[in-house]
Design a protein around this ligand. Structure first.
Ligand SMILES: *Cc1c(COP(=O)(O)O)cnc(C)c1O
Length: 437
């Protein structure tokens, strides 16, 4: 079977094999990797038995012989060995035919586990096969850091150095970041998220670290999008419909772009809804293509606080403006509207939606209203995080707390590791050299 090949969003003269693109992250010209041609999937041949059976069938066809069949099996059975339930909200009126695709049953309770664990699996295999070592640097302000740390925790030859801003992450997120793991070195930086990002960039340019095999697992890596196609495919198979509308709570537009990847590979999709919080660049763009990026503002759905979505360049590299605005409908939801919707969903259906998922459900109701009905259409909201990750907001809005999964409560009494450092290049250099020691 043919292998998938990738090209840059900026120039079209190079073809890069999948694993090389995964290792490089960015193309040489600074662009992002996208497929140079779309694989033809035989949709009827995909299993409807389970998420893993369906995913295995899909990946074999999508990747061709880009990676060994045993590694495709490893991704599915090791990296993605958690449940992907589809919950019928079973509401009435405008709440009917809404399904919650729960993507938060991985080890760190957000959908970031899909991408981070797949990358960890594939990069880990590559590093082990070459007998090499690597140090992964990640600046984090949300769910990515803990997913990456957890994903690489047992990978031999790899150290992970996590930088997060003091006072800049939620108490639950901090607890997840500083959980003691082999080979993971969390740093509480006395500075801002921007300081953390600057230090990571600086480390790549630091001559004293030139022998350190630094790499990063950032959100634009093609390895993160690969597994994010799988649940769109599974939901379509599970609902046995080629008319599904997907509502995607969005920040950097990685999840939405993965859906578009699947669609361009032939997956039938009725409509994508881009559900944003007050960071409204993309919904504005869908109305007016001359709209510009904006500085980010902070909201209760903080993992979507992105002013300049990194995957926007990918969408533009794959589709024309009219194709984008035809396939994707967008809306921006304020904090107040988010919390009202959390409350209404709980009242009407008994379901506790985290703030990100609530933005997605609000988008569905607005879309149905604007289109005058569509209540009969099967509509899936991607539920990107477990409500127990946001106890403060859930308590404030619903006057209760979501039941805490064991994975989270066990952290409360578990061992931790964290080092406080100044926001300087020198401080990060010391840590990187010491952890290699
Ligand atoms: C990262 C994240 C998002 C946004 O996903 P993108 O791929 O950046 O659009 C939404 N919800 C949660 C909980 C997240 O962690």
């Amino acid at each position: 079977m043919a292998a998938i090949e990738l090209r840059s969003t900026r120039t079209d003269h190079q073809r890069i094999p999948f694993l090389d693109a995964l290792e490089k992250g960015l193309a040489d010209d600074g662009g992002l990797f996208i497929p140079s041609a779309w694989p033809k999937i035989d949709w009827d041949s995909l299993s409807r038995d389970s998420f893993s059976a369906c995913s295995l069938d899909f990946l074999k066809q999508w990747l061709g012989d880009s990676i060994p069949a045993s590694d495709i099996e490893g991704i599915v059975s090791e990296a993605l060995s958690f449940d992907v339930p589809i919950v019928d909200l079973a509401g009435k009126d405008a709440y009917q035919n809404i399904y919650v695709l729960e993507l938060f049953h991985g080890p760190t309770l957000s959908f970031k586990d899909f991408g981070a664990r797949t990358m960890a699996y594939l990069l880990g295999r590559k590093i082990q096969q070459s007998g090499g070592r690597a140090t992964i640097l990640v600046a984090t302000s949300g769910d990515t850091g803990s997913a990456v740390a957890d994903g690489f925790a047992e990978v031999e030859g790899v150290n992970v150095v996590l930088l997060f801003p003091e006072g800049g992450v939620s108490p639950v997120q901090e607890m997840q970041l500083i959980a003691r793991r082999e080979n993971v070195f969390p740093l509480r930086v006395r500075g801002t998220f921007d300081d953390c990002q600057r230090m990571v960039k600086g480390a790549f340019a630091d001559p004293a670290l030139s022998g350190s095999h630094l790499t990063t697992a950032n959100s634009i890596n093609i390895g993160r999008l690969l597994p994010q196609m799988l649940y769109y495919v599974w939901a379509t198979k599970f609902l046995d419909s080629d008319e599904v509308t997907f509502s995607v709570p969005s920040g950097n537009l990685g999840n939405l772009t993965a859906g578009v990847f699947a669609h361009l590979s032939g997956l039938p999709v009725r409509q994508f809804l881009a559900a944003h919080n007050a960071n409204d660049f993309f919904p504005n763009y869908l109305q007016d293509p001359t709209s510009a990026f904006k500085p980010s503002v902070s909201t209760v759905s903080n993992a979507m606080d992105v002013g300049a979505p990194s995957n926007f360049e990918r969408l533009q590299g794959m589709l024309s403006y009219s194709e984008i605005s035809e396939n994707i409908w967008g809306t921006a939801v304020s904090d107040q509207e988010t919390m009202l919707r959390m409350s209404a969903v709980s009242d009407r259906t008994g379901y506790i939606a985290d703030p990100h998922t609530a933005v997605g459900i609000e988008a569905i109701l607005r879309f149905r209203k604007e289109m005058g009905g569509r209540d009969k259409d099967p509509t899936v909201v991607l539920s990107t995080a477990h409500p127990a990750k946001f106890p403060e907001t859930i308590q404030k809005v619903l006057g209760t707390t979501a039941e805490e999964p064991e994975r989270l409560s066990s952290l409360r009494s578990g061992a931790t590791r964290v080092q406080e450092i100044e926001p300087t290049q020198e401080a990060l250099r010391q840590v990187v050299l010491a952890c290699e020691g």
